[in-house]
Design a protein around this ligand. Structure first.
Ligand SMILES: Nc1nc2c(ncn2[C@@H]2O[C@H](COP(=O)(O)OP(=O)(O)OP(=O)(O)O)[C@@H](O)[C@H]2O)c(=O)[nH]1
Length: 239
């Protein structure tokens, strides 16, 4: 149909038509508004992302600070629960833990392990004569004496009351007896606040294969009992 219409046109009309079409200019315009819109959205996303990142970083920092504080509190609690508040050395709970650990080690490597129970002589008299506070100070001083006169590999704690326990790894019975006698003399020669001679009795034992922890310290305790019965200020060796 279009072809028919064109075929009916004369030369002038065709030319006029062509001129009209050629006058149409193709105007293509760049859409700056859209560009700004996209840039705006991207900027908002970037700013929001940055704010979220900062928020998460602060949160992370606070969490790791809290973790640190928790760890410190846990360590302090552990220390408190295993320290004797009067003397500052290990308490009975810690002594039990240490003794069982050393028994495992001695079973594993078959090395000698010594244990020593020390009880202050006539301690009731100290309390009765000088007061309980003086008795407390004497026990603290005793703890200092023990700590200062044993090896770093040895372990001392307060077993209870006026009684102390020393755990001595890698120490055969003969060496344990020498150490016990040295400690006994050091205590007897120390000047305490009471200005009286203060002595202590010792029961010592060497670990026997297959022995339970209780059986081990009970042998030392029996030896200590013998030291008391035998006149005090002496070392008795467990059989
Ligand atoms: N100050 C003080 N005294 C304590 C503490 N724990 C136990 N004692 C006292 O130690 C004394 C122990 O008395 P006893 O068991 O009769 O023994 P002892 O007088 O030392 O006599 P022997 O052991 O037979 O030489 C008691 O008077 C207890 O009150 C303590 O933490 N502080």
């Amino acid at each position: 149909m279009m072809q028919k219409a064109v075929a009916n046109l004369n030369e002038d009309e065709i030319q006029a038509l062509k001129n009209r079409w050629l006058g149409v200019t193709l105007k293509q315009q760049f859409d700056y508004l859209l560009l700004w819109k996209i840039a705006g959205v991207v900027a908002i996303i970037v700013v929001l992302g940055f704010l979220r990142y900062r928020e998460l970083s602060t949160l992370n920092r606070k969490i790791s600070e809290s973790n640190q504080q928790l760890m410190t509190a846990k360590r302090e609690l552990e220390l408190l629960s295993t320290t004797d508040h009067l003397t500052g050395i290990a308490n009975r709970k810690k002594l039990d833990e240490q003794l069982i650990r050393e028994i495992y080690r001695t079973k594993r490597y078959q090395h000698p392990l010594g244990v020593m129970l020390v009880d202050f002589d006539r301690f009731k008299q100290v309390n009765d004569t000088f007061g309980h506070a003086m008795g407390d100070r004497l026990l603290s001083q005793a703890a200092t004496i023990f700590s200062a006169n044993i090896r770093q590999s040895d372990f001392v704690g307060r077993w209870g009351g006026e009684e102390f326990m020393l755990i001595c790894p890698e120490t055969p019975l003969a060496s344990l007896e020498i150490l016990a006698n040295n400690l006994r003399q050091t205590i007897a020669n120390s000047s305490f606040e009471t200005a009286q001679v203060q002595t202590a009795s010792f029961g010592i034992a060497s670990y026997q294969p297959g022995e339970t922890m209780e059986a081990f310290w009970q042998r030392a305790d029996k030896a200590l009992y013998r030291a008391k019965k035998g006149g005090r200020n002496r070392v008795e060796v467990a059989s």
